[in-house]
Ligand binder design. Structure first.
Ligand SMILES: C[S@@+](CC[C@H](N)C(=O)[O-])C[C@H]1O[C@@H](n2cnc3c(N)ncnc32)[C@H](O)[C@@H]1O
Length: 311
């Protein structure tokens, strides 16, 4: 919070992704996860459980201040402290967009109850601007799953994400480093190249490393000087844009009926569909964009049809 106050002006950040400390008494996580602790960086700073509500409110208020209008905030949280994070969010102007469930492998093993294997991701936006949401940045509108024949774009945008945790053998890490693919997904959907991405709890700097790899700018904070001093050297090794060649290229939309003669019946259906979509409070641009898929026609061809009808 001190760092944000000192270095980040109001309305300056495009996207915040944060995975705050857990506020769990005692350090038992490593036992559950059965890891080689010699490779986990010492110096994870915890927040006492009783301070968690005030702590959450303080940092989320800072996040609200530094986000640009229309900027996005993703908070990754376990169940125990979710209530405090939700309460804090309610005390801001930030608007809820989605509650995402992130399901991972290697849940904490239990015998006499169900095994906990998910986190919550709260996705909010700051009002007052147009949020970035790159709907087709990962899967094109027409791409189908070979097996289920369902839409890949729909599946990728469902609010349950199954993404495995990474175990980087022999590499120094922070406790509970977020997987690259989880970060790539949030950054691709909610920011553009050149945007500023911030993480209030950098840990192993995973958000910042992925952001730079995707040609975004990165900033953030970490209270543990052990983690900070190690990772600040590591991050210099990340080549801006180096992750971009690893991204899949979404298939371009196919204009299946392009070049075909436009009949009166089609013109009528186009006009009718347009007024339906306008009735749903869609802008002209969004309505026509949606109709390009439904009618297999290009944007300008549909616009011309509508202009001809309205005279
Ligand atoms: C759950 S971890 C973040 C892990 C990170 N997302 C990653 O992928 O490596 C939370 C981090 O917040 C740090 N932390 C705790 N209190 C902090 C504070 N007040 N300001 C900044 N960092 C803090 C902890 O030391 C820890 O590294």
């Amino acid at each position: 919070m001190e760092g944000a106050r000192e270095y980040l002006p109001d309305n300056s950040v495009d996207l915040i992704i944060s995975d705050p400390p857990y506020g769990i008494a005692g350090d038992t996580l490593h036992k559950h996860y059965n890891r080689n602790e010699s490779l986990v960086l010492d110096g994870y700073v915890e927040v006492p459980a009783e301070e968690y509500p005030a702590f959450s409110l303080a940092w989320i208020k800072e996040a609200e201040r530094v986000l640009k209008p229309g900027g996005s905030l993703y908070i990754v949280s376990g169940y125990s402290n979710l209530i405090h994070i939700l309460n804090a969010l309610q005390n801001t102007s930030l608007q809820e967009v989605n509650h995402i469930i992130w399901k991972y492998n290697f849940g904490v093993y239990t015998r006499k109850k169900y095994i906990s294997s998910h986190y919550h991701i709260l996705y909010y936006v700051k009002p007052g601007g147009q949020p970035v949401f790159n709907t087709f940045s990962r899967y094109g509108e027409m791409e189908k799953n070979d097996e289920s024949k369902g839409s890949l774009n729909y599946q990728d945008r469902e609010d349950v994400w199954i993404i495995n945790k990474e175990y980087k053998h022999g590499k120094i890490k922070n406790k509970n480093e977020l997987p690259t693919q989880l970060l790539v997904k949030m950054i691709q959907y909610s920011s553009n190249e050149g945007d500023l991405v911030c993480d209030f709890f950098l840990g192993s700097f995973s958000t910042a490393k992925v952001a730079i790899g995707l040609n975004r700018r990165a900033c953030g904070f970490e209270k543990s000087s052990v983690a900070f001093d190690y990772q600040i050297r590591e991050i210099k090794k990340i080549v801006p844009g180096s992750l971009i060649p690893t991204l899949r290229t979404p298939a371009p939309r196919k204009r299946t009926r392009q070049g075909e003669r436009i009949s009166e019946a089609e013109r009528e259906r186009v006009t009718q569909r347009y007024s339906e979509l306008k009735g749903q409070k869609m802008t002209q641009k969004a309505a026509i964009q949606q109709m390009t898929e439904e009618f297999g026609r290009g944007y300008w061809s549909l616009l011309r049809m509508l202009q001809q009808v309205s005279g």
